[in-house]
Design a protein around this ligand. Structure first.
Ligand code: MN
Ligand code: MN
Length: 419
């Protein structure tokens, strides 16, 4: 809502001119277009705004637009907000993981997210799954292994700011390195995918008859008498050999895969950079193997705005690395919602929904974004409008042609606020 309008209304009612103020405030107007009138600006009785309680101020402060919706919000937008901070951690010796999937974040139909920690030497055991895995390192160092369809092994180390991508069904493992292990974010290209229901190698072997294992591997059945009876998932291991030694040990006759399964996103030059912010993109054009997830690393500088835009080909899954932002989403039929986000929180914007990201607070806002598409695509509202005849815009909006001439004639990406 517009705080000036609300203050104006309260002042007017306090002065006793309730009827006059109410008539004026409740008029259908720019910034408050819908009927019945929405928002505190149309609450002619001040008691309409008050919440007698019980209240939880700490929680309410995280959801200002839920407590005081803007007048442009007519309700009915599904929750676009989630967080790893209140997702239960599954902890084992060697690390932990927590996840945000469609099961408890309804709008995230196409992408699910995982936050995982591995100790120094901690191993996420050899496994695979029917969905692709995209990873972004937020802390420390990790060794990854993966095997491709031609039997080519890939072994590499990743550090903060690096990505990996494992296509659906490709078997892989992860291990935290010294000194402090690692932490990372995973996205699966399916909102229903869960980190806790992957296919684990120990689970399979423990449930396969010993005589079948003996026949399969050409060794006595007793060879497997000491295998774990329960799956390990995450466990503490010894630190691995050097990268060179592990690569040499993994390399088979098939040789190395043609493209790497890891990628340094932080070292990319920004694809867009203005005084309002900057953006780096890693999709299948530069990170060849990443064929179902395109990645964005976005910085919005203090008081900057990531301009009004949408993505024709992808849903947008955001993870807040640093700072805070307000995100506004438009979904047709007057549906418009706003949410605030900060560190560790997740936003989800459906394919095609118009949106903006506005930096708030004193700190630069840093956002990791996953799009469920092979290539990054975007339409900017200002670019689109600039590509139309002035007379068409004038008729469509009822705006003075001189004002249309003042609007940007090109894509802005990030808008730096005036100081
Ligand atoms: Mn995996
Ligand atoms: Mn976007």
């Amino acid at each position: 809502m517009n705080p000036m309008s609300r203050r104006g209304l309260l002042a007017a009612t306090a002065a006793g001119s309730l009827a006059g103020a109410a008539t004026k405030a409740s008029a259908q107007s720019f910034g408050n277009p819908d009927l019945p009138q929405q928002g505190a600006v149309s609450a002619t009785n001040p008691q309409s705004i008050v919440d007698p309680g019980p209240q939880n101020p700490a929680l309410a402060s995280q959801f200002p637009s839920a407590v005081s919706p803007p007048a442009t919000d007519v309700g009915g937008m599904p929750m676009a907000w989630s967080s790893f901070n209140n997702a239960p951690r599954r902890i084992q010796n060697g690390g932990w993981a927590r996840e945000v999937t469609q099961a408890d974040f309804a709008v995230s139909e196409e992408i699910s997210g995982v936050n995982m920690r591995l100790t120094s030497g901690g191993i996420r055991e050899l496994h695979w799954h029917t969905f692709a895995e995209w990873g972004y390192m937020t802390y420390g160092n990790c060794r990854v292994t993966v095997l491709d369809l031609q039997g080519r092994a890939y072994v590499s180390d990743v550090k903060e700011g690096d990505l990996w991508y494992f296509p659906a069904g490709y078997p892989h493992s992860l291990q935290g390195l010294s000194p402090g292990g690692c932490e990372f974010i995973l996205c699966f290209d399916n909102g229903h995918a869960s980190e806790f229901s992957t296919l684990l190698v120990t689970d399979w072997i423990a449930h396969t008859p010993p005589e079948i294992l003996a026949l399969n591997f050409g060794v006595p059945a007793e060879t497997f008498s000491r295998i774990p009876l329960h799956n390990l998932w995450i466990f503490q291991g010894q630190l691995p050999e050097s990268l060179e030694a592990d690569r040499a040990a993994a390399q088979g006759a098939a040789g190395a895969p043609p493209y790497p399964y890891t990628f340094s996103m932080r070292s990319l030059p920004p694809i867009r950079q203005t005084k309002g912010g900057e953006e780096r993109i890693a999709d299948s054009s530069n990170f060849k193997v990443s064929t179902t997830i395109a990645a964005g690393l976005v910085l919005v500088h203090p008081r900057g705005l990531r301009e009004l835009h949408w993505h024709p080909n992808a849903d947008e899954w955001q993870y807040y690395l640093k700072g805070r932002a307000q995100v506004g989403v438009f979904a047709a039929h007057g549906h418009y919602g706003e949410e605030e986000f900060s560190r560790g929180q997740v936003a989800y914007i459906d394919r095609g929904f118009g949106h903006y990201i506005k930096q708030i607070g004193n700190e630069e806002t840093q956002i990791l974004i996953a799009f469920n598409s092979p290539d990054y695509q975007e339409i900017s509202l200002s670019t689109w409008l600039a590509a139309n005849p002035v007379q068409l815009l004038e008729t469509n909006f009822g705006v003075d042609p001189a004002m249309i001439e003042r609007m940007p004639d090109h894509r802005l990406a990030f808008i730096g606020a005036s100081r």
